[in-house]
Design a protein around this ligand. Structure first.
Ligand SMILES: N[C@@H](CCC(=O)N[C@@H](CS)C(=O)NCC(=O)O)C(=O)O
Length: 214
């Protein structure tokens, strides 16, 4: 049975690939696993049938052979653990790749998400202008540390892994801010991830649904 994932019926990003179904699509493409997509509207995401799958009323979800899970990190880890291609066989290297999954989602992504909150959600609050430099500083701190660790390497720890997939996906959120360009090795790392054929297929698949009408 093919897995079924959920995605926005119409993504608010208009097809930039930032909605998290792209991360799951990318993982499935990397391991060569065909999948189905069920599109859900914002209203349907908050109704009981979807809430039974995702208690927070969000996308993506993943269903396959009696398994139903949510949270992008858990989904990507499940895909990586059940198919070859996204986690190394060696126990130490595997543990380190999983560490990078958590680092991407728990350490790098939160300050990046804060930038969206500061600029868009809370951009008209009286304290928004004063807060923005603090948010940018916290992102720069993490990017500088990540940049030092990556150095001139192609990927974070040897071969491309699920850790890189999620780190590149998280960093992609910064493209419009220009912050990534302050760290040329991180910008090159992200471009390298985006150039992977599996990423291109995932991106095109979500774009086919979300591209603005001509
Ligand atoms: N921690 C969750 C976050 C999921 C999430 O924020 N999904 C967004 C789309 S990328 C969503 O469904 N937003 C609509 C909403 O929260 O109502 C994950 O990584 O899967």
């Amino acid at each position: 049975m093919k897995p079924t994932i959920t995605a926005f019926e119409c993504s608010p990003d208009g097809g930039k690939g930032l909605a998290r179904d792209t991360r799951v699509r990318w993982a499935l493409e990397e391991v060569g696993q065909p999948y189905d997509v069920r599109l859900v509207s914002f209203a349907a995401m908050k109704e009981d049938p979807h809430l039974a799958l995702h208690p927070f009323g969000q996308i993506p979800t993943y269903e396959e052979d009696g398994i139903a899970i949510f949270e992008t990190g858990a989904i990507v880890l499940h895909i990586a653990e059940t198919r070859a291609g996204l986690l190394p066989g060696d126990a130490g290297a595997r543990a380190r790749a999983i560490t990078w999954i958590f680092a991407a989602l728990n350490t790098i992504e939160p300050p990046i998400l804060d930038l969206t909150v500061a600029r868009i959600v809370e951009g008209n609050r009286p304290w928004a202008t004063a807060r923005l430099p603090l948010v940018l500083d916290r992102i720069r701190t993490r990017l500088a540390q990540l940049s030092v660790r990556l150095g001139g390497a192609e990927w974070l720890d040897g071969a491309f892994s699920a850790g890189d997939l999620l780190m590149v996906s998280v960093l992609l959120r910064l493209r419009m801010s220009g912050l990534l360009d302050e760290y040329p090795n991180l910008a090159a790392y992200v471009a390298h991830g985006e150039a992977r054929p599996a990423y291109r297929r995932a991106f095109e698949a979500q774009l086919a649904i979300n591209a603005p009408a001509p």
